[in-house]
Design a protein around this ligand. Structure first.
Ligand code: SF4
Length: 336
């Protein structure tokens, strides 16, 4: 074992808790779940999360948990860089900051100075805000953008909270996006039409080399299959498609693996898109990840974000789109 890794504490060996949420019911449940972790009381999550001179890369190997209270910015307008699937009122929430996985192309490394995970335990305040917004209109809400909330379901149980809201509030359609294989954590709940489970899938080569800590394609598909069988509304996301050597071979193999296992008629839709990220985030990502093969591509600047050249973007989209059409109705494919 390498000396530096043998010296690391395991993930969540320490839990920092804002004093204001010490008595919150979720805090109590989380402390119970991690009964061996060291608890440290703090005044504000930023005292830990936003310190200067932190190493995102090293913290990824020994993440700490921070429990905090969200006081503002409960709901955001959907980003132009994300697909709204034709929905007019597109919002997203961010009740967990950071992710247990470590994808080389993830924008979170450009967004935060810390890789520690912040859980805003007062989810009821975000839900209240969403209820207010959706009182007079139908809204489309993504709840798993700045994290992977299904991967953290055993800890925070936010999927269940949002599910309960979706059951009672038909003015919201929720999308939960995940790379986890943790369907079992919600397998006892009955699907509803206004809650979409969206799995991001990548060829096994990409999963192994660029999506640190994520479940294999096969394990993700096992979760998809279970969710399909239970009757959930399922979205598959092949996004970001990455421009790598032999991409045709890898994406072809993946698509045939998917539809050998999953009945395409049971899939609600598929979203495809190529790598893209805000210009400033990209600069930070590259700075923190100087040896990254993926980020070394000569990206082009397009209205504030960086992306592949039009030629490569087209090549990737064309290939994946045409391959998908062999298995699934083209009306179900959304291209970003
Ligand atoms: S799963 Fe998503 S949020 Fe998590 S590290 Fe990968 S890209 Fe980022």
């Amino acid at each position: 074992m390498k000396l530096d890794s043998s010296l690391l504490n395991s993930d969540f060996s320490h839990i920092y808790i804002e004093k204001s949420v010490l008595k919150h019911y979720k805090t109590k449940k989380i402390i119970k779940y991690f009964n061996k972790s060291k608890i440290i009381e703090i005044d504000h999550y930023k005292d830990i999360f936003s310190r200067t001179n932190q190493s995102f890369k090293h913290q990824k190997n020994s993440k700490k948990l921070i429990l905090a209270q969200k006081k503002d910015n409960f709901v955001y307008n959907g980003s132009e860089m994300c697909d709204d699937f034709g929905n007019e009122n597109f919002y997203y929430t961010s009740d967990i900051m950071n992710c247990i996985y470590n994808c080389e192309y993830c924008y979170l490394q450009g967004m935060y100075t810390s890789a520690n995970i912040v859980v805003f335990v007062n989810i009821e305040d975000t839900i209240r805000k969403v209820r207010e917004i959706s009182k007079s209109k139908k809204i489309y809400l993504c709840i798993s953008y700045d994290s992977d909330i299904l991967a953290l379901e055993n800890i925070a149980r936010f999927t269940e909270d949002w599910y309960n809201e979706a059951v009672n509030n038909k003015n919201i359609t929720i999308e939960l996006r995940t790379k986890s294989a943790n369907f079992k954590s919600i397998s006892n709940i009955i699907p509803v039409d206004n809650f979409i489970l969206a799995w991001t899938l990548s060829p096994e080569f990409i999963t192994r080399n660029f999506e640190g800590g994520t479940p294999s394609l096969n394990n993700r598909l096992n979760s998809v299959k279970q969710a399909v069988e239970k009757g959930w509304k399922i979205r598959l996301c092949i996004d970001p498609i990455l421009y790598i050597k032999d991409f045709e071979k890898y994406y072809d193999e993946m698509i045939s693996t998917i539809f050998n296992k999953i009945d395409s008629n049971k899939i609600n839709d598929i979203s495809i898109g190529t790598f893209r990220v805000g210009k400033e985030l990209y600069k930070n990502m590259k700075y923190k990840n100087k040896k990254s093969y993926l980020l070394a591509y000569p990206f082009v600047d397009k209205e504030g974000y960086v992306c592949y050249t039009e030629k490569h973007r087209k090549q990737l989209i064309e290939f994946v789109n045409q391959t998908l059409k062999k298995y699934i109705d083209s009306k179900k494919i959304f291209i970003y």
